[in-house]
Design a protein around this ligand. Structure first.
Ligand code: ADP
Ligand code: MG
Length: 357
């Protein structure tokens, strides 16, 4: 999937992955050697509020500066490569699967445009559009379409350039997360990925690395912190500390944290159920979603998977962004859990290390 491609004279430049969020920027740089990906460097920089707000870049200059600091402070060594693949938040994108009659590529290009126009709430002239044939159904071809408003992509692009970078491609964040967290097993059985970020959670049901359903909900990692802050009347910092320390572990029903967290878990569980039901009723009634993969920093909450699992009565796995990556030569001890909030940046880096077009 290629939203914006820059033909660099047939060269195969290597790029790092950059995820830009409301509260943080994250970078991952991988190298591919003999068909193996090796972790070279990674880093995360928290950002003050107001630089990126509701996934819109408010202050490009400050954001470019934050990106420069991030790259300089990446561990174990600064990321010097200028080539970047960056992500655009799913909340700003339109991901659709459509069907068109079988036809030539030239004709299909027009047909996809018109079919997309009918399926998104803004004019097709105002979006960058990319598409890919993903299968066929009788006389028709099934197409995955990704469209992102031009003004959004341009703003992210210009900021990357302002930070001294050379963007090779742009990708909607869930596409990258799917690449990083799913493998062979999920090619057969669809899976729901819940990426629990700071400001929102994105839900994606995918099969064979294709997102058939995506949505974003405002319930996020910070919702848990806000709830503690409000209920216990403590500072944000204290609330975060409490959340990190206790999580959902060993909660008795009368426990104060249980009372605070339970409605949030309930809310998330019901959103997941709604998505799975929608998938079963409107998208694919034969392959059932029987597994949820948790991703994002919010998924680091202690006992999150067991708590959600007993509510949903299904398998809840914690995503493993390291499944395709060799870390033996990485100088620090690092676990899949440590990298949970880097799932998206890792997915971008996987593409960057293997860049074809
Ligand atoms: N150890 C932890 N336990 C619980 N929550 C955590 C932990 N570490 C990070 N988080 C939460 O994860 C969220 C950030 O997740 P992340 O995926 O990095 O977000 P984003 O991609 O939106 O920047 C924050 O709400 C933060 O409080
Ligand atoms: Mg994220």
């Amino acid at each position: 999937m290629n939203l914006l491609t820059y033909n660099l004279l047939g060269l195969k430049p290597k790029a790092f992955g950059l995820e830009i969020e409301n509260c943080s920027v994250k970078a991952v740089y991988l190298e591919k050697k003999r068909n193996k990906f090796r972790l070279v460097s990674c880093g995360k920089k928290m950002m003050p509020r107001g630089i990126v707000q509701s996934e819109q870049i408010i202050d490009p200059k400050k954001l470019a500066e934050e990106i420069r600091i991030l790259l300089g402070s990446a561990q174990p060594k600064p990321i010097k490569t200028k080539n970047v693949i960056f992500s655009i938040p799913e909340t700003k994108a339109f991901i659709r699967t459509i069907e068109i009659p079988k036809m030539t590529v030239q004709e299909a290009r027009e047909a996809v445009k018109w079919e997309t126009e009918a399926n998104i709430p803004i004019s097709v002239d105002k979006v960058y559009l990319d598409w890919q044939v993903i299968g066929s159904k009788g006389e028709k071809e099934e197409i995955l379409v990704v469209a992102v408003p031009k003004n959004i992509v341009d703003a992210y692009y210009e900021t990357a350039v302002l930070a001294g970078l050379v963007p090779l491609a742009v990708e909607v964040d869930v596409m990258a997360t799917i690449r990083s967290l799913t493998g062979q097993a999920e090619n057969i059985q669809p899976v729901l990925i819940a990426d629990i970020g700071a400001d929102n959670t994105s839900l994606a049901i995918c099969q064979n690395q294709i997102p058939y359903f995506t949505s974003s909900i405002p319930l996020s990692g910070n919702t848990f912190t806000e709830a503690i802050q409000k209920e216990l009347g403590v500072s944000w910092e204290k609330a975060e500390e409490t959340k990190f320390k206790f999580g959902l572990g060993e909660m008795a029903n009368e426990d104060v944290l249980y009372r605070i967290f339970n409605p949030l878990i309930e809310n998330l569980a019901s959103e997941i159920e709604k998505s799975i039901n929608f998938f079963a009723e409107s998208i694919n009634s034969s392959d059932k979603v029987e597994k949820v993969i948790l991703s994002g920093g919010g998924a680091m909450l202690h006992e999150f998977s067991s708590c959600l699992g007993s509510r949903l009565k299904m398998e809840i796995a914690i995503g493993d962004p390291l499944s395709q990556i060799d870390i033996r030569s990485f100088p620090y001890k690092i676990s899949s859990r440590d990298l949970l909030s880097y799932s998206t940046a890792t997915g971008l880096a996987l593409r960057g290390a293997d860049y074809e077009n």
